[in-house]
Structures are given as structure tokens and as C-alpha cells.
Design a binder for this molecule. Structure first.
Ligand code: ATP
Ligand code: MG
Length: 667
């Protein structure tokens, strides 16, 4: 095969393999591949029995279920549908009377470094009191409540208290605008907003309550009766009489009341609605059920993170994202872990903050996003003092990533500099819609390959298919699907069941198979999954299928020059589609002449790494890339820029609008 016709899916073959060593396998919950395979086998031979067993072993049911999976109304699947439980009881009450009750549940580190610890027993007391306060405000089972809170113990309490009374929460990330908030309040028909006067991030005091006022003032939020305000700082806030009440006042009203008994709900009762980040269009209200979601949150803590009683777990995600739901607000508590909750940002007071906190709290499991890793690599290289080498990271046992494909280069840096070549990295693939991990290595079993999320968890029937739903062989790129339902899957899109069906269960594939929306390829040798980007991120250049992720990885592998890169396509008369690259350099922004030279160098580099067919036609340089507030690249914006279109999309979730101007010039 000549290099020009070389298919993208066969290149950048990663040959490095890191099998788990004895430290990782010894005593692991799933130890060795044989143990993993045995669980997969159990799920394949007796699907119903497998899930029944796990749901009985891992969840406390107030009313046991008799039906495991009901497929009669597919794709509106129901799990454990006649069972009853309470999510908060499964996270808190369950530990009372066990050694866990006096264990630290949360180590909270504030923006300014102040540390507060709370035990399981005390957390239960506070959740119970706040649940009473919510009831006193007239909030009932089935009501929707918006949570617009900073990363704090109170943020977790707000979510748990909603779950305790059977109210469905919808957390909105504290960086979202008034407009985004208003849209979500209206779509969810929320009766209350739980917020804070201000939040503290990077030494700055940023308003939350004022944005809630703004959002509601934009109109249409007629269902809102109450706004509860946590006074995070001493700064005054403006009160709307008859609607607003502070936490202190709301708690005072219920002082002396006994504990709030957890409200049993049906397993299918909506625990929460979470609007996806919007990197691909109008936000969707992803609805999750109580029983199946909680089961998977608990179980993946045990499986993916191999959680042990002495672990200190730290997931850096905000509670405004699914990762902060499953691996901050629910999973760690359901599993009885001690976890770190961090209010601030990774770069304040210096880019060594994460490493310093790992040292200080003796974190043993650290879970973060590739975007954070990439920015900290850049910082470590330019600022000696924030280099991880300066910190004692010996407490670390397991590392994880989530949110985007991780480039092999960034993976290796994480492995060397943070894991010190001792810690398995779990590259967890999942989505808001999947509720928890679906494809991920197991730290005590799976040989790791940088940049690969490896294999599906037991019971997750993932596959790669073509447009018609036909299975593709290893080595061929296609669409990632999950062929059988699983307990923590999305139940519907709130208010829009038709969109649910159309987006995730396409008719052409039979209407019952879950379409993830991501492209993937399995390696020829191990059958490992590698995510190649979203389905709409596969380009067709002169008849060659190019994964944008591959080209990005090639660009970023020019480590002396490139800090970050994003690739999208634009229509081209000659080649069908043309490759357009957006590049952040490690050095400052180049002059015109330098930009031309660097662009030429990068084209040659890509040609050498992948093949001339993948050479970017346009290259644009910026200090950063346009990202959502969860740190994901906004590809739909890049596509508009690449096409030279005016930007008409909703940019309400865009973090750094100024970057757009820098990207105007193509080289
Ligand atoms: P929207 O659906 O609104 O566009 P989003 O997809 O960015 O938002 P999430 O549900 O938070 O919102 O992200 C899930 C997506 O993130 C996946 O579909 C995938 O594209 C990407 N992703 C998550 N984890 C990984 C991973 N480990 N490897 C590769 N991609 C990942
Ligand atoms: Mg998505």
C-alpha cells in the first residue's frame, strides 16, 4: 500500500502495552483477565440473572423487584420496574451501624485552601435536615428542582436532599449563563432553584444568585415558587420577597424536626434530568431512573476504580456534569468511599494545585479529564514550580480519564509524571446518556494501550457497526453501538420522547439498538476499542475516511511545537471534504511569516505521520480553542469558522468567546 492510499484507520497503530503488575492485580475486585471474562460470560449466558444478582447484592430495596428487564415498550426500557428504593438511603442510611458511619465521607478543600471534613453520619444529618427544609417549602415527590451551586458539600447535600424526598434534580453548571439557566428551568418546569449567593473560583467571587434572578427575569419561568440561597460568602445579595429564602432561614423553620425519612420511589422514578453540554446542538434533557442508575454508579466505583476501604478518591469533575453526578454525588457515597471535593480551579494559586492536593490529602485514586491534563502539561513545561516532580505523589494507586479521547502523548505524560509508571490508567468511555462507564480498562485486569478505552464492562454489549447496523470486523472503523439495554441507560429525553427515539435508536438499525453517536475502531490484535471522535467528525477526503482524532493526535505528537489541536472538515470542490486544523502552539502566537512557516512544517509532519491525504488544507492558530465550560472543544463552531460562515449558533455555553477572532486567519 502506498502511503497516499494508506487508510487512516490503519495508522497511528499504538504498539505500547502496559499489563497490570502484581500491585494492581493482588486483591483486586476483578483480578486478571480470566475474572473479567468470567463476568462477561455470566452476562452473556444469563443476562437477566446477571443483572438480578448484581441489583440484589448492591442495592437496598424497600420493596424487592420481581421483574428485571422489561422490553415490551422498547426502546423505552424499564429496569427493576416493580421495585422500590431511595437513592439517598442507599448512599447514606445504609452505612449507619457499620464501620463506615464514622468514616470521612467528604474532604472539602475550598478555593482558598481551607479544609472541612464531614463523616457519613454527619452528612446524613445534614441531608436529612435540608430535605425537611425542602418539604417545608412545599417541594414534593416528582417536582423538578434546579441546582445551580458551587462545588461544595452543600452542592452534594442539595442533590442528595432532592433524592431523599423523591424530587427530580436538574443540576446546571455554575458557569452557565442566565439564558442557559432560563431555558433549562422552562424545559424542566422546575418549582425551585437551589443556588448560592456567590461562588469562589481562582480567588474571585463570582455571582450565582444574581444570574438566577436574571434568568428568571428573562421570562417564562412561571413554575418557580422558591429560590433557596446558600450564603457561601458574606457578600450581600438581593432578595425577591416572597420567593427567596436563605439556607439558614429555611433550616431554622424546620429546627427541632426529627430526621426526614427517605421517600421510597419506584425504580423507574426519574432521579435526575441533566442537560448535555451542547457541544453538538440544542441541549437535551437526559432523564435517568433511580434504581438502574444507582446500581451502576455503585458497581463501577467497585469495578473500574477497584475501590478499597482505605482509598481516598478524587474525581475533579464539577457536579454540573454527569461525571460529577455519578462519581461525586452518588457513586462514591453509595460505595462508602472517602472522597475529595474541590471548590477551585486547577491553575490557582498555581498550576501545581492538583498535585499539591494529591500530596496533602494522600489521594489514592485520581480521576480527571484530558483537557485538564493537557493544560497542566503545558503549565508544567513553562513553570518549574508547578511541575508534578516537585510533589509527593506516592499515595496514588489508580489514575483515570474521561470526557474526550486522550492522545497517546498525553497518556504517556500522565503515566510517567503523575503515575510514576506504577499506576494503571483507566481511560473510561461513557456519556451523559450511559449514566456510568461502559467501555473501560479494569485496573487489576486489563493490559493498557495508550489512547484506548479497551473493552466493555461485563454486561455492556458494545459493538461497531455500519449504517445499517451490520457488525464490522476488527480494524474497520464504524459506529459505536450498545446492542442490549443496561440498567443505567438514559430513559428518555425529558419532554421529547420522539427526539430520544430518533437520536439514539435509529430505525435503520431496527429501532432497539443504542447508537452512541461516536465513531470507533477495534484493534486487530486485541479487539480493543478506540474512540475516533463523534460520528460527524469522520471526514471523507477524496474517498478516504479520515478520523479527525487521528490527525489531531499526529499534530499533538509534534511535542516541541503543538500544545493542542482540533481538526474539522469543510466542503471542498475537488476533494469532497478538506481537512482544517486549529492549533494552539506551545510558544506565543506567531507573526504572519512565522505562521506560514509553521503551517508548512505541520503539513509535512502530518504527511509523514499519516500520509499526504491527511495534510490540513487550512491551519489556524489561536491562544486556545473555543471550548464549552466543561472543557470540550466546540466543534460545531470550528466547522462554521472553517467554512467561513458567520457564527449563528448558540454560544451560551462557550467559555472563551475572544478566541473566535484569533481564528479568523487561515494559513
Ligand atoms: P452533547 O451530547 O450535548 O454534544 P457531550 O457529548 O460532550 O455533549 P457528555 O455526555 O458529557 O456530553 O460527553 C460524552 C462524550 O464524550 C462521548 O460521546 C465521547 O464523544 C466523549 N468521551 C467521553 N469519554 C471518552 C473517552 N474516554 N474516550 C473518548 N471519548 C470520550
Ligand atoms: Mg453527547
Amino acid at each position: 500500500m502506498s502511503s497516499t492510499s494508506k487508510n487512516i484507520e490503519s495508522v497511528l497503530v499504538e504498539t505500547r502495552v502496559f499489563p497490570p503488575d502484581e500491585r494492581a492485580t493482588k486483591g483486586a475486585r476483578i483480578s486478571g483477565m480470566a475474572a473479567y471474562e468470567a463476568l462477561c460470560k455470566e452476562a452473556e449466558t444469563d443476562f437477566d440473572g446477571f443483572w438480578t444478582r448484581l441489583a440484589r447484592e448492591n442495592i437496598q430495596w424497600t420493596k424487592p423487584f420481581t421483574r428485571t428487564l422489561d422490553e415490551s415498550n422498547a426502546p423505552f426500557y424499564q429496569w427493576f420496574g416493580d421495585g422500590e428504593l431511595n437513592a439517598s438511603a442507599n448512599c447514606l442510611d445504609k452505612h449507619i451501624g457499620t464501620p463506615t458511619e464514622n468514616k470521612t465521607a467528604i474532604i472539602f478543600e475550598a478555593d482558598d485552601g481551607a479544609v472541612t471534613k464531614i463523616t457519613y453520619k454527619d452528612l446524613l444529618t445534614r441531608v436529612s435536615q435540608f430535605a425537611n427544609a425542602l418539604k417545608a417549602q412545599g417541594i414534593r415527590k416528582g417536582d423538578r428542582v434546579i441546582v445551580y451551586m458551587p462545588m461544595t458539600i452543600e452542592g452534594v447535600i442539595a442533590m442528595q436532599a432532592c433524592a431523599r424526598i423523591g424530587a427530580t434534580h436538574s443540576v446546571v453548571f455554575g458557569g452557565f449563563s442566565a439564558k442557559a439557566l432560563q431555558e433549562r428551568i422552562i424545559d424542566a418546569g422546575a418549582v425551585a432553584v437551589i443556588t448560592a449567593n456567590y461562588q469562589l473560583r481562582g480567588g474571585k467571587e463570582l455571582p450565582l444568585k444574581a444570574i438566577v434572578d436574571d434568568g428568571i427575569a428573562q421570562g417564562g419561568c412561571t413554575t418557580i415558587k422558591t429560590v433557596l440561597v446558600y450564603e457561601r460568602t458574606l457578600t450581600d445579595w438581593k432578595r425577591v420577597e416572597g420567593r427567596d429564602i436563605s439556607f439558614t432561614e429555611a433550616l431554622a423553620e424546620v429546627e427541632g424536626q426529627g430526621p426526614c425519612a427517605p421517600e421510597p420511589v419506584n425504580a423507574e422514578h426519574p432521579l435526575f434530568i441533566l442537560y448535555t453540554s451542547g457541544s453538538t446542538g440544542k441541549p437535551k434533557g437526559v432523564q435517568h431512573a433511580t434504581g438502574g442508575y444507582l446500581l451502576w454508579a455503585k458497581l463501577t466505583m467497585d469495578w473500574t476504580f477497584d475501590l478499597r476501604p482505605e482509598d481516598v478518591f478524587w474525581c475533579t469533575a464539577d457536579i454540573g456534569w454527569i461525571t460529577g453526578h455519578t462519581y461525586v454525588a452518588y457513586g462514591p457515597l453509595a460505595a462508602g468511599a472517602t472522597q475529595v471535593v474541590f471548590e477551585g480551579i486547577p491553575t490557582y494559586p498555581s498550576a501545581g494545585r492538583f498535585w499539591q492536593m494529591i500530596e496533602k490529602h494522600k489521594v489514592s485514586i485520581f480521576y480527571t479529564a484530558p483537557t485538564a491534563i493537557r493544560s497542566l502539561i503545558k503549565a508544567a513545561e513553562s513553570d518549574e514550580k508547578s511541575h508534578p516532580d516537585r510533589f509527593d505523589l506516592s499515595s496514588l494507586r489508580i489514575l483515570g480519564t474521561v470526557g474526550e479521547p486522550i492522545n497517546p502523548e498525553a497518556w504517556m505524560w500522565y503515566h510517567r509524571n503523575i503515575g510514576r509508571e506504577r499506576c494503571p490508567i483507566v481511560d473510561t468511555f461513557w456519556q451523559t446518556e450511559t449514566g456510568g462507564h461502559v467501555i473501560t480498562p479494569l485496573p487489576g485486569a486489563t493490559p493498557l494501550v495508550p489512547g484506548s478505552c479497551t473493552l466493555p464492562l461485563p454486561g455492556i454489549m458494545a459493538a461497531i457497526v455500519d449504517e445499517t447496523g451490520k457488525d464490522l470486523p476488527n480494524g474497520a472503523g464504524g459506529m459505536l453501538v450498545i446492542k442490549r439495554p443496561w440498567p443505567s441507560m438514559i430513559r428518555t429525553i425529558w419532554n421529547d420522547p420522539e427526539r430520544f427515539r430518533k437520536s439514539y435508536f435509529p430505525e435503520e438499525m431496527g429501532g432497539t439498538i443504542y447508537l452512541a453517536g461516536d465513531g470507533a475502531v477495534r484493534s486487530a490484535d486485541r479487539g480493543y476499542f478506540r474512540i475516533t471522535g463523534r460520528i460527524d467528525d469522520v471526514l471523507n477526503v477524496s474517498g478516504h475516511r479520515l478520523g479527525t482524532m487521528e490527525i489531531e493526535s499526529a499534530l499533538v505528537s509534534k511535542t516541541d511545537l503543538v500544545a493542542e489541536a482540533a481538526v474539522v472538515g469543510r466542503p471542498d470542490d475537488v476533494t469532497g471534504e478538506a481537512v482544517c486544523a486549529f492549533v494552539v502552539l506551545k510558544r506565543g502566537r506567531p507573526t504572519e511569516d512565522e505562521a506560514r512557516q509553521i503551517a508548512a512544517d505541520l503539513r509535512n509532519w502530518v504527511a509523514k505521520e499519516i500520509g499526504p491525504i491527511a495534510k490540513p488544507k487550512d491551519i489556524r492558530f489561536g491562544d486556545n480553542l473555543p471550548k464549552t465550560r466543561s472543557g470540550k472543544i466546540m466543534r460545531r463552531l470550528l466547522r462554521s469558522i472553517a467554512k467561513g460562515e458567520a457564527i449563528t449558533q448558540d454560544t451560551s455555553t462557550l467559555e472563551n468567546p475572544a478566541i473566535l477572532e484569533q481564528l479568523g486567519q487561515a494559513y
